[in-house]
Design a protein around this ligand. Structure first.
Ligand code: NAD
Length: 247
């Protein structure tokens, strides 16, 4: 029980990687704020699994790109659990198109939900973490934020931005006892990647040295490590969890 008595906020935890992270944190003893923006039923299912693992869950609706929603979520976290020890910025969307066809609104929406959200939640969570002189922030980027990817200018820019924000907040918050790291998943089997055409999926698999797509648990286990005291001397890093795609 590496995380016994800790409180974690996981954004976008109703499904996919976020759901798996919430459950894995709970299995390791952390109480979890299960954030969602759309599907409350799915968020409640995640909360049930958190509770089945023996931890407490708080389901909280918040659009992570909205500063008031984020403030309200952090306020409720502290009043329910008394602290915030772990923040996992997982919520994200794609609005893919070729650069020349991409609409300004699709650029803005992806940047707001994938990148501005991390700025907002980090500011809101860092305040109480500073008082505790301890905290762990883990941001979910993507290997395309390192490699680039045709058809995803908005998404790639947001995920590269997450890596830059991770490094900068790691430097600023290190003297206050707060570690900030990122994970960069490769191709993980979720609803998000399930939408890709079969031929695209097949060609992607050929690029993976470990010869399989990742599972949400592959990301969740690394997040638990980064959230634990075992990672106290690690900050500002981006761990690629991609079966060796980028090395
Ligand atoms: P997903 O679409 O299943 O989950 C994303 C979650 O974010 C959903 O629960 C969604 O409701 C939530 N969300 C969206 N907008 C939100 C908002 N405004 N406020 C709060 N929550 C919001 O996708 P996933 O595959 O589980 O992806 C999770 C994270 O991992 C994302 O940041 C994604 O970019 C990243 N990622 C995924 C892969 C992959 O292969 N699946 C690869 C690299 C990075």
């Amino acid at each position: 029980m590496k995380l016994q008595g800790k409180t974690a906020v996981v954004t976008g935890a109703s499904r996919g990687i976020g759901r798996s992270i919430a459950i894995e944190l709970a299995k390791n003893g952390a109480n979890v704020v299960v954030n969602f923006s759309g599907n409350e039923e799915k968020a409640k299912e995640t909360a049930k699994e958190v509770e089945a693992a023996g931890a407490k869950a708080l389901v909280f609706k918040a659009d992570v790109s909205n500063a008031d929603d984020v403030q309200a979520m952090l306020k409720e976290t502290i009043s329910t659990f008394g602290s915030i020890d772990i923040l996992v910025n997982n919520a994200g969307i794609t609005k893919d198109n070729l650069l020349m066809r991409m609409k300004e609104n699709d650029w803005d929406q992806v940047m707001d939900i994938n990148l501005k959200s991390v700025f907002l939640t980090t500011k809101a969570a860092a305040r109480p973490m500073m008082k505790q002189r301890k905290g762990k922030i883990i941001n979910v980027s993507s290997i395309v934020g390192v490699m680039g990817n045709a058809g995803q200018a908005n998404y790639v820019a947001s995920k590269a931005g997450v890596i830059g924000l991770t490094k900068t907040s790691a430097k600023e918050l290190a003297p206050r006892g707060i570690n900030v790291n990122a994970v960069a998943p490769g191709f993980i089997e979720t609803d998000m990647t399930g939408e890709l055409a079969e031929d695209v999926q097949a060609s992607m698999k050929q690029m993976i040295p470990l010869e399989r797509f990742g599972q949400p648990e592959d990301i969740a286990k690394a997040v638990v490590f980064l959230a634990s005291d075992d990672a106290d001397y690690i900050t500002g890093q981006t761990i690629h969890i991609d079966g060796g795609m980028v090395m």
